[in-house]
Design a protein around this ligand. Sequence first.
Ligand SMILES: Cc1cc2nc3c(=O)[nH]c(=O)nc-3n(C[C@H](O)[C@H](O)[C@H](O)COP(=O)(O)O)c2cc1C
Length: 349
Amino acid sequence: MNQDINTPALRIGDIPLRHGLMLAPLAGVSDHPFRAICRRFGAEYTVSEMVSAQSLCYERMSKKASVGEHSRTAPLACVHKDDVPMAVQLFGRDPVFLSEAAKMIEDGSYAGCRSQAAPAAIDLNMGCPVPKIVGNGEGSALLKNPTLAGALVRAVKAAVRIPVTVKIRIGWDDDSVNAVEMAKILEDSGADAICVHGRTRTQMYRPGVNLEQIAAVKAAVRIPVIGNGDIYTAADALHMKKVTGCDGWMIARGAMGNPWLFSELRAALNGTPYIPPTLTERLTLAREHMTRMMEEKGEKVGFAESKKQVAWYIHGISGAAAARGKLMSATTTEEALQILNALTENSRP
Ligand SMILES: Cc1cc2nc3c(=O)[nH]c(=O)nc-3n(C[C@H](O)[C@H](O)[C@H](O)COP(=O)(O)O)c2cc1C
């Protein structure tokens, strides 16, 4: 497998990626602390949580000076210097909002921007299945409107200099699988790479990723194709590569509570052994993750949001089910740490 940066696995625009191991966008999960942790274990490209193009535009137009300070959208688009290259993902269905928002992200001019580094790319969300998003004609609803999807890519391409990538599903439902048609339109409209999540919208997250459709997209376009869906082990990733020829991988749920998955994938690509984390290492990272979230988001919000992350780290450990319940109702950091410490104690031989 290719490890030489002079002949990278793929390029997003002119950014070379050695392995093509990417952390997928995960709303409510892939915030900066999680992205930084995944990067430490081998993710070489990350994508922000999805950001509303319309919200960024409205906030910029607001006459209230403090709108950026209190914005819940702006922090989602923030690029941190220890987390590059990172793409910012936008969702929307309006070419004007999308192109304006993309421009503001590129030049850091949206209200409340605290970016320390430039974004690597703008990624357009054409895969989100959530009813509220789809009901607005956004996310995976765009799969039903390839002409508009192409127009959105053209509008954003015309607005920014950085690469524009698109994340799609393979179609709306089993009767309307159109990943190849979509991919060709997106490529012709100027997309620099496409990530294909091998499920339809109606499939939501049910098991069963259609690798044949990812392969068909790869065969149909010249731009890089990133495969996505159900990668939980190195064997899953290698199998996806073998069947589809994908240029890289986006990992989503497999990394939640298990950022070591990136180390496992790297080891497999480099032909080196992978040593899974010990229980102590898992619990130590869970604590660090919680601390980082509280430092970045403030104690109250950080603690509340970190509980689900911590719960993922303990998945599969003896006593985890009971501990997870207690963790969710914990009201203080001390309580949460005690629950984790007890898990360590109970697991001692
Ligand atoms: C909690 C959660 C949040 C997600 N948020 C986003 C998002 O903001 N943008 C996006 O394009 N996909 C999002 N996805 C989809 C994932 O990026 C990915 O395509 C999907 O989970 C399939 O990959 P996996 O099987 O490796 O999990 C989300 C998925 C989950 C489970």
